[in-house]
Design a protein around this ligand. Structure first.
Ligand code: CDP
Length: 231
């Protein structure tokens, strides 16, 4: 990739569509910064849980989003993590992946002030350039000027299957049925919310990975990026 031609790569899509795997791989290849914006919404949710805040209390949840100190650092432990996620001084890398966070994150991320606070931080980070940013609204709202916009999709059954295997491999006692129903609910919530709903940007390239493995999605994305650079 010719360095100066692309400053931002946006990768959006629903839960377990392979965004983080792809985003991380691309960032490593091109030596770009990688930011998974999902961890930010998960961190707000965890902070609200830790402080026993009612998730319906929009003002208090929003105050948390506006005041929490979140740091995403290079991984300090080799336990499968991509980054250290530090919330108010504590390592919450795995805590933000809990079922309780997962159940409540869509509600939290639909709040206007929460989104404004997160979007501001994401844009600030992107200003430094050379970034692969992954989320739901990166190509549509956060960085509409991104040079490359990829939108990953796959059937909900396929995505639930991937997430199920991921959790089983991490030693979690979950059933496929509960993962599937949670994913259907979260998809529905994320794509129908009034602010920054999950949808592909008009100029996004949509990649359906139902019949592609992670390597194939990566190869295909590299071709798209190379084609953009040689134009
Ligand atoms: O890993 P998974 O795809 O399941 O979820 P995630 O990317 O960690 O995002 C968790 C939740 O945060 C999503 O279900 C959305 O509700 C919210 N989110 C968002 O609203 N906007 C983003 N840019 C990223 C995540």
């Amino acid at each position: 990739m010719k360095k100066n031609l692309i400053s931002t790569i946006a990768v959006d899509g629903p839960a377990a569509s392979g965004k983080s795997t792809l985003g991380e791989h691309l960032a490593k290849t091109f030596n770009y910064t990688y930011l998974d914006t999902g961890v930010m919404y998960r961190a707000v949710t965890l902070a609200a849980l830790n402080q026993s805040i009612d998730f319906d209390d929009e003002d208090r949840v929003s105050e948390i989003a506006e005041s929490m100190e979140l740091d995403v650092r290079r991984p300090s432990i080799n336990d499968g993590r991509s980054n250290d996620i530090i919330l108010d001084g504590q390592d919450v890398t795995w805590a933000i992946r809990s079922a309780e966070v997962e159940r409540n994150v869509s509600k939290v991320s639909a709040y206007q002030r929460v989104r404004t606070a997160m979007t501001e931080q994401q844009r600030r980070i992107a200003k430094r350039g050379r970034i692969v940013m992954v989320g739901r609204d990166i190509g549509t709202v956060v960085l509409p000027e991104a040079e490359i916009k990829l939108y990953l999709e796959a059937s909900v059954e396929e995505r639930a299957h991937r997430r199920y295997l991921e959790l089983i491999n991490r030693g979690k006692a979950v059933t496929f049925e509960e993962i599937l129903s949670d994913m259907v609910r979260r998809d529905q919530f994320d794509s129908t919310r009034a602010i920054a709903p999950l949808r592909p940007a008009e100029d996004a390239i949509i990649i359906n990975s139902d019949h592609m493995n992670a390597d194939q999605v990566y190869e295909y994305s590299c071709k798209i990026i190379s084609a953009h650079c040689s134009n």
